[in-house]
Write a protein that binds this ligand. Structure first.
Ligand SMILES: Cc1cc2nc3c(=O)[nH]c(=O)nc-3n(C[C@H](O)[C@H](O)[C@H](O)COP(=O)(O)OP(=O)(O)OC[C@H]3O[C@@H](n4cnc5c(N)ncnc54)[C@H](O)[C@@H]3O)c2cc1C
Ligand code: FES
Length: 281
């Protein structure tokens, strides 16, 4: 049986700068690590510690794994100093991801803020692998400034995919930016507040469309409120919840929210699941 506590030695094969403080690392684990979009792994930097991350690569690729990581503290700063050829440990995957079978035949709204687009990238790539199964894919992304946009090279390519749109915004006006300005919730402005009976004329059918959201807690809070105001079904709004984690296996209690272990019952949780908590994000 697979030992989920044992980190698998993984060599850094490539490092790509996304923004001044975010990099995408491609790791080659000594044995393949399979995961579902939305699940997470624990990454160990030898001699420093470990931290949870959601892979940003295609879950259908198992020989390598990409993770897009923002420098915020001890593990992520140590990783940022590592070079191609250095080794880390990867254990997992843990938690629940997205049930893509359930997404089939529906419109899918993907909303990311900042580095929050990283965990959604594995979902986007998995959806693209079976693009005919989904009615529409709408990727909506907000970053602080043009320099903070991740996947600058990929976003225009994603826009070319069948039945796919990409909308972007930055927080404040900037001389290098000609597009939408405002926090990420401005990208919900095309969804009417009141659900009309003429569903055909709506960009999404709020009763059946899926929303997958990942970003800073404040963004999750306001996107959640916005979608509920626009009549979305809370069972169909999926948030990537972040908590400080330790074991990743529902044993230590570090990540508890009410009766939920975010590491085991999440990290992907619906608006319906978190509705009873006063401040779930
Ligand atoms: C399921 C899951 C998936 C994640 N996926 C990604 C990802 O794809 N890319 C990415 O860049 N980051 C991701 N994170 C966040 C990442 O785990 C933290 O940034 C990391 O643990 C920081 O470790 P550190 O040792 O560098 O920082 P530390 O030295 O531990 O802390 C630095 C600062 O970050 C805060 N912090 C630490 N951990 C967390 C956390 N989990 N949530 C919120 N604040 C925290 C601390 O309070 C402190 O202020 C994810 C977190 C979870 C729980
Ligand atoms: S991290 Fe240990 S119980 Fe969730």
């Amino acid at each position: 049986m697979k030992n989920l506590y044992r980190p698998i030695e993984s060599v850094i094969e490539d490092i790509k700068d996304e923004t001044p403080n975010i990099k995408t690392y491609r790791f080659r684990p000594k044995e393949p690590v399979t995961f579902e979009a939305g699940q997470f792994v624990e990454l160990t930097v030898p001699g420093v510690g470990e931290a949870p991350f959601t892979p940003s690569s295609n879950p259908n690729v198992t020989e390598t794994m990409e993770i897009t990581i923002m420098e915020v503290g001890s593990v992520t700063d140590a990783l940022a100093k590592m070079k191609v050829g250095d080794t880390v440990g990867i254990r997992g995957p843990y938690g629940k991801g997205y049930d893509l079978k359930d997404f089939e035949g529906r419109e899918i709204l993907i909303m990311g803020g900042g580095v929050g687009l990283a965990p959604l990238r594995s979902l986007i790539l998995a959806l693209f692998d079976d693009i005919d199964k989904y009615k529409k894919i709408s990727i909506r992304y907000g970053a602080r400034t043009p320099a903070d946009i991740v996947y600058k090279d990929l976003l225009p390519k994603w826009e070319q995919m069948k039945n796919t749109e990409v909308l972007q915004t930055i927080d404040e006006p900037h001389p290098d930016w000609k597009g939408t300005v405002g926090v990420v919730t401005v990208l919900l402005d095309d969804l009417p507040l009141v659900t009309t009976v003429d569903v055909e004329s709506l960009p999404f059918d709020p009763k059946t469309a899926i929303a997958c959201v990942c970003g800073p807690p404040i963004m999750l809070k306001f996107v959640n409120m916005g979608l509920l105001d626009k009549g979305w079904n809370p069972e169909n709004i999926f948030h990537s919840m972040e908590r400080n984690m330790s074991c990743g296996l529902g044993k230590c209690g570090h990540c508890m929210m009410g009766e939920y272990y975010i590491c085991k019952d999440g990290p992907v949780m619906t608006a319906a699941q978190v509705a009873k908590f006063e401040d779930p994000f």
